[in-house]
Design a protein around this ligand. Structure first.
Ligand SMILES: C[S@@+](CC[C@H](N)C(=O)[O-])C[C@H]1O[C@@H](n2cnc3c(N)ncnc32)[C@H](O)[C@@H]1O
Length: 545
């Protein structure tokens, strides 16, 4: 009997075996309509082949690069009186023509990061993907070309049933892979789970069910389930899993699957507000502008006191905003700058002047200080002349955090401060009130919109790129300036006191219920939807780490 693989080898081969429930569901669905031949291109210990042999698989083919895994497969199948054609090789080097086409490709591909990907294997993988018209970069993880290569073993009309990482809906190359599959199968279905079902591996996974090789579809159907145990109730039948959500793959970068994770009432509320005449996109109200990059934050940012002590001219000091942590209230003020500096974070940017009428001495001193710490050789500084002049300083009416945890931030720029590229600047269009715009960010419409448009990064952080910010929805009611100012005072003090949820409730009550006339129920659904998506991203990152 062959022993289990050691952990290091397991990791190198991406050898994490699939839960029995998932195996039976994928094979059951794959062979549901017609019995046929089956290939598992990375068969591990042969559990998919065993299930296929027991169900309706008539000809079984297994491939795995690990001889130990193949020995396990042989043993497992033998114990059941089953047999398979077993190929001990790198699947990427297996030519589709060398195997008679199959009805079903099933299994769980290795998820190996590009750093660990063997060079010869990578070349074969990328070449095979290219034969299907998909140009993947060298930084792609194994599973994507693995799926694409696997489709080339199918008969027309065949099915593919695979475990895939959730990054298929989250990364650029994942979406490209999904798009390629969509163009080659009549239908494509994803099943996502709230709970991660691979205890050992760190990947967040879902199931991919592609039907009708040689066809072409337009939508990805997505069914969110809480755990794999829900699959057991439905014995391989997709129809019984409830109504899937259709996601259209438009421009790969714009496709958002997050909406599919909303409950029905939440999605209905979201669709209602999206079409509301008093809801606008950020792009309709303001222009998004980029913050500056210094190349050496510590050198270019000084507190007023430190700059004075160093004898730097006060005229070189410009108020600035460092990150969304700088945004303490609804208004970002000169007092906030003083508070933040008193707490030790410099909030002034050095903008040295080379004025003929002033002395050159402070500038020479600053340049010497920079040289001493190696600032001119820093990546960004090397590329500009003079290195000590930070470019891209822009004015903005409203500042919005680029990254958000549980509490996205936006503030009116009362201090007329510059801002780093950890923030977005918004320059309002004529007639737009910056205060009302900033208030809108704390509404459940906007907070939900941020969850839908943004991308979840490591640590559960939500990142909003400029193009995504453009599409964010903002409630835009007719509110008098007095009403706006009164609401702003309340929200500003709640935010400063750390009562973020109370601030959002005040905004919802005034803007969504009071001014837009949305029902309490609709607002509750928006709020619940936002909380659901936010928890999903925060909890999944916690489970992974
Ligand atoms: C995630 S495991 C899946 C095993 C099995 N199908 C299951 O789900 O229980 C991935 C398997 O891929 C194999 N593998 C890794 N790279 C491979 C390659 N280039 N070609 C074929 N198999 C490979 C590993 O040895 C491992 O058994």
């Amino acid at each position: 009997m062959s022993g289990p693989l050691p952990q290091s080898e397991r990791k190198a081969l991406g050898a994490y075996y699939t839960h029995e429930t998932v195996v039976r569901f994928l094979v059951g669905w794959g062979l549901e309509t017609r019995p046929g031949s089956v290939i598992d291109p990375s068969c591990g210990d042969g559990r998919f082949l065993e299930a296929a042999g027991e169900m309706a698989g008539v000809r079984l083919v297994g491939c795995d690069v690990s001889p130990q895994a193949l020995a396990e497969t042989e043993e497992r199948l033998g114990a059941r009186g089953l047999s398979a054609k077993l190929l001990g090789q790198d699947f990427f080097t297996l030519a589709p023509e060398s195997v008679e086409p199959v009805e079903l490709v099933v299994g769980n591909p290795p998820f190996i990061r590009y750093q660990r990907f063997d060079d010869r294997s990578r070349r074969a993988a990328l070449a095979s993907a290219l034969r299907l018209g998909v140009r993947l970069s060298r930084l792609t993880s194994t599973w994507a070309p693995f799926l694409l290569h696997a489709t080339r073993f199918l008969r027309p009309g065949g099915r593919l049933a695979m475990v895939v990482p959730a990054e298929i809906t989250q990364t650029h190359y994942g979406l490209r892979t999904l798009e390629a599959l969509l163009h080659r199968f009549a239908s494509l279905h994803l099943i996502a789970f709230e709970e991660n079902f691979f205890a050992g591996a760190q990947a967040d996974t879902c199931l991919l069910l592609a039907d009708g090789w040689g066809g072409s579809g337009r939508f990805v159907h997505l069914t969110p389930l809480s755990s794999i145990h829900e699959l057991r109730l439905h014995g391989g039948s997709l129809g019984l899993l409830g109504d899937p959500v259709c996601v259209e793959l438009t421009d790969g970068n714009q496709t958002r699957f997050s909406e599919a994770y909303l409950e029905k009432a939440e999605r209905q509320a979201w669709n209602r507000v999206r079409r509301h005449p008093h809801v606008r996109t950020v792009a309709a109200l303001a222009e998004v502008t980029n913050g500056y990059v210094t190349g050496d934050n510590e050198f270019f940012h000084r507190t007023r006191t430190a700059a004075e002590d160093a004898g730097l001219p006060p005229t070189w000091l410009y108020p600035t905003t460092r990150s969304s942590r700088s945004l303490l209230g609804l208004r970002f003020t000169a007092d906030d700058i003083a508070t933040l500096e008193a707490q030790g974070t410099a909030h002034h940017l050095l903008v040295p002047q080379e004025d003929l009428f002033t002395e050159r001495e402070p500038l020479d001193r600053l340049i010497a200080e920079g040289k001493e710490r190696g600032t001119p050789n820093r990546f960004k500084c090397r590329r500009r002349a003079p290195w000590w002049k930070v470019p891209g300083l822009q004015d903005a009416d409203v500042l919005v955090g680029y990254m958000a945890g549980a509490r996205p931030r936006a503030s009116v720029n009362d201090a007329r401060a510059f801002y780093t590229n950890s923030l977005h600047g918004l320059r309002v269009r004529p007639g737009v009130s910056p205060l009302l715009l900033a208030l809108g960010f704390y509404s459940s419409v906007t907070l939900l919109s941020l969850e839908i448009e943004g991308r979840s990064y490591g640590g559960g952080i939500l990142k909003i790129e400029p193009r995504e910010l453009d599409r964010i929805l903002i409630p835009w009611p007719d509110l008098s300036s007095d009403e706006t100012a009164a609401l702003a005072r309340t929200v500003d003090s709640l935010l400063r006191a750390g009562h973020y949820e109370a601030a959002t409730e005040a905004v919802d009550a005034a803007l969504l219920v009071g001014a837009l006339g949305l029902s309490e129920r609709t607002v509750k659904s928006l709020r619940a939807g936002r909380t659901r998506l936010m928890k999903r991203r925060l909890e999944r990152s916690r489970k992974r780490s």
